[in-house]
Design a protein around this ligand. Structure first.
Ligand code: NAD
Length: 260
């Protein structure tokens, strides 16, 4: 991977914390020029210091991916700095502020989740396009969720946004195929991000035996589990893969549960 990613320009949205931070660590570790963008500038600064302590590098640009003018400005900045973009990872995402029954869910909250999780990746793809077209093997990776195809009660906006993101993935793959841009999705299951948060928000993982037992592999996932697959999917080793979703959930969604 080192050989492939040396000097490749990789943009990770929501890259300051959680899974995005884990991907920033992995891509920087194989020599990519990592650009983290995030809504939270404090978390952005914290992520850069965290990477630096591991002798890794990244740049940080603040941006709210749901805002068209901010996304447009971000891509202009990247264009001026690098002239092209090899990999766009649409990772920024939010869950509903609080789970609420259908009748009590304010439209504002539903719309906000869709604006970040679905409009955001669309805007980023749209404005990154001229930069991706200038790359040798461009790739887009959308971070979806197993909630695209299964739900807990009262998670309307989140499930709908991730279902939409998976549909957007195949739509982009088909539309951008002629420009040689591959587009795939990863659908993570339960990923523990407590140790990948900014200072003050870090949490020690604490998983019960039942939590672990829900997973055929016997544990909850980590950002590294997602990052390793992202490295593969965005590289030329995956050059015949486009329009696909890869479920990474330790087997949770294939486990049949009978309650006696
Ligand atoms: N952690 C899980 O169990 C899990 C499971 C399935 C899917 N996912 C998906 O993975 C992605 C990352 O999730 P995570 O758990 O690492 O989340 P996280 O909350 O730990 O990190 C998300 C980051 O995105 C940033 N962000 C939020 N809104 C933004 C916006 N409008 N513009 C730019 N940045 C914004 C946040 O500031 C934060 O730094 C999300 O798309 C999420 O839906 C997570």
């Amino acid at each position: 991977m080192q050989q492939y990613y040396t000097d490749k320009v990789v943009l990770i949205t929501g890259g300051a914390q959680g899974i995005g931070r884990g991907m920033a660590q992995a891509f920087s570790g194989v020599g990519a020029r990592v650009i983290i963008t995030d809504l939270d500038p404090e978390a952005g600064g914290d992520a850069l210091a965290w990477l630096e302590a591991q002798y890794l590098k990244a740049e940080f640009y603040p941006c709210d991916v749901s805002q068209e003018d901010q996304v447009q400005h971000l891509m202009e900045q990247i264009g001026q700095q690098y002239g092209h973009l090899d990999v766009l990872i649409n990772n920024a995402g939010i869950a509903s502020p609080a789970r609420k029954p259908l009748a009590q869910l304010p439209m504002k909250e539903f719309d906000q989740v869709l604006a970040v999780n679905l409009r955001g990746p669309f805007l980023c793809a749209k404005y990154a396009l001229p930069l991706l077209e200038k790359a040798l093997h461009p790739a887009i990776l959308n971070i979806s969720s197993t909630r695209a195809f299964m739900s807990e009660p009262d998670t309307f906006g989140y499930s709908a946004s991730k279902g939409g993101l998976e549909a957007l993935t195949h739509s982009l793959a088909v539309s951008l195929g002629p420009q040689r841009i591959r587009v795939n999705a990863i659908s993570p299951g339960w990923i523990e991000t407590g140790l990948w948060q900014k200072e003050g928000a870090k949490k020690e993982p604490n998983h019960s035996p039942q939590d672990k037992a829900q997973h055929p592999v016997g544990r909850v996932g980590t950002p590294e589990d997602i990052a390793q697959a992202a490295l593969f999917l965005c590289s030329d080793k995956a050059c015949f893969i486009t329009g696909q979703r890869l479920v990474i959930d330790g087997g949770m969604t294939v486990k049949m549960i009978y309650q006696e």
